[in-house]
Design a protein around this ligand. Structure first.
Ligand SMILES: Nc1ncnc2c1ncn2[C@@H]1O[C@H](COP(=O)(O)OP(=O)(O)OP(=O)(O)O)[C@@H](O)[C@H]1O
Ligand SMILES: [Mg+2]
Length: 258
């Protein structure tokens, strides 16, 4: 069982590849953090894995089956995807927005005008998980950036999927909620879920993820335990020389701006 990309090549129809020869397997129980410079192709890779961008070559398999062969509702129960950006706010309350996630995956019947008990429970559970239960009755459009981001994460969690693909879920979150969210993902993985999370914060990644993957100019440059990947030579090559590593005994080094 895994969500696997094999030899992926993707572009946007302009000839030059955005992803080239990417192989990746996300297995149950694993927490992978995906990092890399702006424009490296991280969001494109997540869209390919979510079945929302068709690769020019290679394939994506979900538990051994081609992604396209799995009907959408069934796929929504297995795989949850949080985009990097979500369009203008809908005129929904927080509870309604999160209920959409639950109902997309079929928790509670789709055509009910009011969400049933099963759906309401999934909504409350998801909001609690992101520390946003107190926002339940608020309008999505009237939340702060970080509050809205947490609610959007909750709407993906309400699907209760086995694989989570999250594109910068902690962007805009305060430090407390960044750590909250990443430790939540850590816990999910202990319970058997699989998480692939894009982040620019290498320290957050090193603290909570099993492995860090570095995507650089269409290519997966590195994958391994945080202490293996956070090497000065590699980071300087990929991100430039304006960062330095602070060694920490027994742990991955801290990455600081120079
Ligand atoms: N819809 C699109 N049409 C054309 N080109 C695109 C499109 N989306 C992304 N690109 C290009 O593909 C490349 C990879 O973009 P992508 O969004 O995957 O990068 P990223 O690693 O997620 O970057 P960031 O850290 O800024 O989010 C970039 O050069 C970008 O300009
Ligand atoms: Mg991106």
């Amino acid at each position: 069982m895994a969500l696997a990309a094999e030899n992926l090549r993707a572009d946007y129809g302009e000839g030059s590849p955005v992803l080239e020869g990417v192989d990746l397997a996300l297995e149950p129980g694993r927490f992978l953090a995906l990092a890399g410079p702006n424009g490296a192709g991280k969001s494109t890779l997540l869209r390919c894995l979510a079945g929302l961008h068709l690769p020019q070559a290679g394939r994506v398999l979900l538990d051994g089956r081609p992604l396209a062969a799995i009907p959408p509702r069934r796929r929504a129960r297995i795989l949850g995807y949080l985009p990097q950006e979500v369009g203008p706010a809908f005129p929904f309350t927080v509870a309604e927005a999160v209920a959409l996630g639950a109902r997309v995956a079929g928790h509670g019947r789709w055509f009910e005008t009011r969400p049933g008990r099963e759906c309401r429970e999934a909504v409350r559970r998801a909001l609690e998980q992101v520390d946003a239960l107190d926002l339940e009755e608020r309008l999505l459009g009237e939340l702060s950036g970080g509050e809205r981001r947490r609610v959007l994460v909750a709407s993906v969690l309400a699907q209760e999927p086995r694989y989570l693909l999250l594109d910068e879920p902690a962007a805009m979150l305060d430090l407390h909620h960044q750590a909250w969210l990443f430790s939540l993902f850590r816990r999910f993985c202990r319970e058997g879920l699989a998480v692939l999370c894009v982040t620019h914060d290498l320290n957050l990644a090193a603290t909570f993820a099993d492995e860090i993957l570095i995507l650089d100019r269409h290519i997966l440059r590195a994958r391994g335990a945080p202490a293996e990947v956070l090497r000065e030579e590699l980071l300087h090559e990929v991100f430039g020389e304006r960062l330095e590593l602070l060694p920490r005994p027994g742990r991955a080094p801290a990455v600081l701006p120079r």
